[in-house]
Write a protein that binds this ligand. Structure first.
Ligand code: NAD
Length: 487
């Protein structure tokens, strides 16, 4: 299987190579096979990308929002027409089952281009402020060159979620995908050009943790939006602070999902499974601490175990497959070491816990794993695992579970299952997190703001809220009379 792109980078409307950069091997996680060889950006490539973005941005910003929006909407249409091809590429890049990528990856990227393309005219308006005979008005102006840095779990979605709001506001973007998943963003750049985006406005360069700082520290960059882990977020925010760049931080989590005894138990189990096993558990907002009220614990666990053991693990290109491999060998090692810690610290292994032996070859598979009798102090209840490992914790009452749910440095998301809607609202109101769900989990349509609080980050992606993070207000005070100076 091969997925070799024309070249490693996409700058100023075309593919660009510089073989002086360190080699990045793209491995298909289901087999470990090398499917493409790329090169990390050299400092010369970084300069070239930022210079192209800087050159192109003023003319783009001078276009009407509607004209910019038309191009983004065309890109959305092209992505939908090529959904299968893009989904297969996403599966090669990440190992995620095609059953998922075909409905969740290019399509959510296309939603983002369509949404931001469509709301441009209204969303970018300023305001008029009457001041007696004088008045003031505000304009929403772009920031300039924005840098996007992506994680490996949703490469195409992340490339679009950052690109669409940045572009509609009149910015240019330089996007660096994760070194684990270098392929998808290049296609997004190609499609934008095909849709009519002027060259230089959406550039993609490859690289790893040594390339990112070249972008973050660059004096011509106005904003950095990172999707990644909390330790990386701290480094990027600190570096960006050196030159007071705008930042959006979409970081990790250890989110609570609370199931009360009056919940529709099968829906709650479905929500918990989606919120732990979708994308083989590699989702930042997953509800990995599942708090189950003690009186329904046995029923919950037995039905959950049966449904989990029925999941289809296998070839991600087979449409029947529900669980694919982890993205990399290292990530699987990390997940396996957490599973061992869970066992060693006394959690009860309900199912999974190993590498499935019926999946042959060198793929990075892990069984969907459930631990019960997990306590708040255990490592698996405190640290983000980023794999298919669900921790079930027991609780007795509402006040107790809210306090325990909030007992974490993270604050990305959370959820509640209950048939008492008053309680549902009361509980989410007290959960310290940026995105919350009642009687569902992990749904993130482009219409709603998404992002974290506490150590999970700041800034919001999607919805009108994202526009505030890719633009700033310019205020103009207009004097209509004579200036009365006291001297
Ligand atoms: P990571 O932090 O290792 O890497 C993220 C990106 O940052 C990569 O592109 C990497 O090359 C780059 N990077 C690393 N060090 C850098 C530095 N010093 N300066 C600039 N760039 C640097 O994260 P990952 O392992 O790719 O992704 C998994 C993490 O991402 C998890 O913690 C997950 O929760 C988080 N995540 C968050 C969201 C969200 O929206 N909140 C979404 C997906 C993933």
């Amino acid at each position: 299987m091969k997925a070799q792109p024309i070249a490693s980078h996409f700058i100023d409307g075309e593919y660009v190579e510089d073989t002086d950069g360190t080699v990045i091997e793209s491995l298909y996680p289901a087999t470990g096979e090398v499917i493409a060889r790329l090169h990390a950006a050299t400092p010369a490539i970084v300069e070239r990308a930022i210079a192209a973005a800087r050159r192109a941005q003023p003319a783009w910003a001078a276009m009407s929002p509607t004209a910019r929006g038309r191009i983004l909407k065309r890109a959305a249409d092209i992505m939908r027409e090529r959904n299968r091809e893009l989904s297969e590429l996403e599966t090669l890049d990440t190992g995620k089952p095609i059953q998922e990528t075909i409905v969740a990856d290019p399509t959510s990227g296309a939603d983002s281009f369509e949404f931001f393309g469509g709301i441009a005219a209204a969303g970018l308006n300023g305001s008029y402020i009457p001041l007696g005979q004088d008045f003031a008005y505000t304009k929403r102006v772009p920031l300039g060159v924005c840098v996007g840095i992506g994680a490996w779990n949703y490469p195409q979605q992340i490339a679009c979620w950052k690109g669409a709001p940045a572009l509609i506001c009149g910015n240019a973007m330089v996007f660096k995908p994760s070194e684990n998943t270098p392929l998808g963003a290049l296609k997004i750049a190609e499609i934008l050009i095909e849709a009519g985006l002027p060259k230089g406005l959406y550039n993609v360069i490859q690289g790893d943790r040594t390339t990112g700082p070249l972008l973050v520290n660059h004096p011509d960059v106005a904003k950095v939006s990172l999707t990644g882990s909390v330790p990386t977020g701290r480094k990027v925010a600190a570096a960006a602070a050196g030159s007071l760049k705008h930042v959006t931080m979409e970081l990790g989590g250890k989110s609570p999902l609370i199931v009360f005894d009056d919940a529709d138990i099968d829906s709650a189990i479905g929500g918990a499974m989606l919120g732990n096993f979708y994308s083989t558990g590699q989702v930042c907002s997953n509800g990995t601490r599942v708090f189950v009220q003690r009186s329904i614990k046995e029923t919950f666990l037995s039905r959950l175990k049966a449904r989990t053991e029925n999941m289809v693990i296998g070839d991600p290109m087979d449409e029947a497959t529900q669980i694919g491999p982890m993205v990399s060998f290292d990530q699987r090692q990390k997940v396996m070491s957490y599973i061992e810690k869970g066992k060693a610290e006394g959690a009860t292994l309900v199912t999974g816990g190993g590498i499935p032996n019926h999946v042959t070859g060198e793929g990075y598979y892990v069984q969907p794993t459930i631990f019960a009798d997990v306590t708040d102090e255990m490592t698996i209840a405190r640290e983000e695992i980023f794999g298919p490992v669900m921790c079930v914790l027991d609780f007795d009452d509402e006040a107790e579970v809210i306090a325990r749910a909030n007992g974490t440095e993270f604050g990305l998301s959370g959820g509640v299952f209950t048939s008492d809607l008053t309680r549902g609202h009361r509980v989410v109101d007290q959960l310290e997190a940026g995105t919350l769900w009642i009687n569902t989990y992990n749904l993130c349509p482009v219409e709603i703001p998404f992002g974290g609080s506490k150590q999970s980050g700041f800034g919001r992606e999607n919805s009108l809220a994202a526009l505030e993070h890719y633009s700033e207000l310019k205020t103009v005070y207009v004097g209509m009379g004579k200036v009365e100076a006291p001297y």
